[in-house]
Design a binder for this molecule. Structure first.
Ligand SMILES: NC(=O)C1=CN([C@@H]2O[C@H](COP(=O)(O)OP(=O)(O)OC[C@H]3O[C@@H](n4cnc5c(N)ncnc54)[C@H](O)[C@@H]3O)[C@@H](O)[C@H]2O)C=CC1
Ligand SMILES: O=CC(=O)O
Length: 320
C-alpha cells in the first residue's frame, strides 16, 4: 500500500520544486494544505488517521491529534521550534521527530537587524511621513558601538552576534549552556541575566519556548532595562509577557520593541497593535527563498529517512 504523507506549511516547495521532486521518487500519496491557514485541531484529527508521515509548520500537533494517528511514524518540523508538537506524547507513541536545525538561522538574524535598524531609525514612521506628503526628519539613534544583549546563543543567537561585530557593538550574552569558545572567538561576553538587562541598548531573544522560558521577560525584567533600550523577539510569543510589555511601552519604560512572534497568532485582538513604539511582523523570520529552500530539502530528507527505515540526520532530541 502507498504511504501517505501530510504537508502543512504554506511555503513548502513554493520557491523551489526540489522537495517535491525528492518526494516523487517514493510514490507517496501527498496531501498538502493549500488553504493558507494552519489546520485546526479538528481538521488534523480527521486528516492524521491514516497518515504515515507529516511535515508540519506551526499547526498544533497536540496529544489529541496524536492519539488519532494510527500509522504515524514521523513528524518532521519544517523549522526549528517544536513547541507546537506534543513531544512527550510522540515519544510515548514511538513516533520520531525530525527537524531542520540551522536552516533558517541566517534569515532570522537578518530580520533581527532589520528590526533593530527599523526601531533605532524609526523607519516605519519616516515612510509614513513621506507618504503623507510631509518632509520631516526624526532624530534616531545609531546602533554602531551600542551594547547588544543576546539571550540564547544557539544557532540564531550566534548569527546575530556575528552580524553585531560588523557594527562594532559590545556583545553581551546569556544562555543556560554558554558557548565560551564561540564567545572568545568574536569578543562576546557571557553575563548573568540581570547584568544583560541592565546594560544592553538592544535585547534580542533566541530561546526555545519551554516551561522554563515562558514569560522569561516579564514586568520585573522590563523594569530593569534602560528607558532608552529596545527589545526584539523573533523566537516565540510566550517568552515575553505581552501584557507587561504593553505597559512598559505605553509608559515609555523602554524605548521600543519589535515582535515577529506572538502568544496568539495572528494577534488580531492584541492591544500591542495600538502602540506606535513597536514594529510588528507576521512570524516571518524564516520567510526567505534561501531558508525555505533549505528547510524544504532538510524536512524531506528527514521524513524519507524514517519512512524508508534509515537513521535520520536531524532527529530532534530534547536538550538536557
Ligand atoms: N521567527 C521565526 O520565524 C523563527 C523563530 N525561531 C525560534 O527561535 C528559537 C531559537 O532557534 P535556534 O537558535 O535555531 O535554536 P537553538 O536550539 O540553536 O538555540 C537555542 C538556545 O537557547 C538556549 N536555551 C534553551 N533553554 C534555555 C533557558 N531556559 N535559559 C537560557 N538559555 C536557554 C540553548 O542553550 C540554546 O543555546 C527556536 O526555538 C524557535 O522558537 C526559529 C526559527 C525561525
Ligand atoms: O518559527 C519557525 C521555526 O523554525 O521554529
Amino acid at each position: 500500500m502507498r504511504k501517505k504523507i501530510l504537508i502543512t506549511p504554506r511555503s513548502f516547495g513554493k520557491s523551489s520544486n526540489l522537495p517535491f521532486e525528492m518526494l516523487k521518487k517514493y510514490d507517496y500519496e501527498i496531501i498538502k494544505n493549500e488553504s493558507g491557514q494552519p489546520y485546526e485541531e479538528s481538521q488534523l484529527i480527521d486528516l492524521i488517521k491514516d497518515v504515515d508521515g507529516i511535515i508540519v509548520g506551526l499547526d498544533k500537533i497536540t496529544s489529541n491529534v496524536l492519539r488519532n494517528a494510527k500509522k504515524l511514524k514521523v513528524i518532521t518540523k519544517y523549522g526549528v521550534g517544536v513547541d507546537n508538537i506534543d513531544v512527550d506524547e510522540a515519544e510515548r507513541m514511538g513516533i520520531k521527530i525530525t527537524y531542520t536545525p540551522d536552516a533558517n538561522k541566517e534569515s532570522v538574524a537578518d530580520l533581527v537587524f532589520a528590526l533593530m535598524l527599523g526601531l533605532s531609525r524609526e523607519i516605519i514612521k519616516l515612510d509614513n511621513i513621506v507618504r503623507n506628503n510631509r518632509w520631516e526628519k526624526i532624530i534616531g539613534n545609531e546602533i554602531y558601538k551600542k551594547t547588544i544583549g543576546i539571550i540564547g546563543t544557539g544557532a540564531i543567537g550566534r548569527c546575530v552576534a556575528k552580524r553585531a561585530t560588523g557594527f562594532d557593538m559590545k556583545i553581551l550574552a546569556y544562555d543556560k549552556y554558554p558557548n565560551y569558545e564561540f564567545a572568545n572567538s568574536i569578543g562576546m561576553k557571557y553575563v548573568d541575566k540581570k547584568a544583560l538587562l541592565e546594560e544592553s541598548d538592544f535585547i534580542t531573544l533566541h530561546l526555545p519556548l519551554t516551561e522554563e522560558t515562558y514569560h522569561f521577560i516579564d514586568e520585573e525584567e522590563l523594569e530593569i532595562m534602560k528607558d532608552t533600550a529596545y527589545i526584539i523577539n523573533t523566537s516565540r510569543g510566550g517568552i515575553i509577557n505581552e501584557n507587561a510589555l504593553y505597559n512598559a511601552l505605553k509608559n515609555k519604560k523602554i524605548a521600543g520593541a519589535a515582535l515577529d512572534v506572538f502568544e496568539i497568532e495572528p494577534p488580531i485582538d492584541s492591544k500591542l497593535l495600538k502602540l506606535d513604539n513597536i514594529i510588528l511582523t507576521p512570524h516571518c523570520g524564516a520567510s526567505t527563498k534561501d531558508a525555505t529552500d533549505r528547510m524544504g530539502i532538510m524536512a524531506v530528507e528527514g521524513l524519507i529517512s524514517v519512512l524508508e527505515g534509515m537513521e535520520p540526520k536531524y532527529l530532534y532530541k530534547r536538550q538536557k
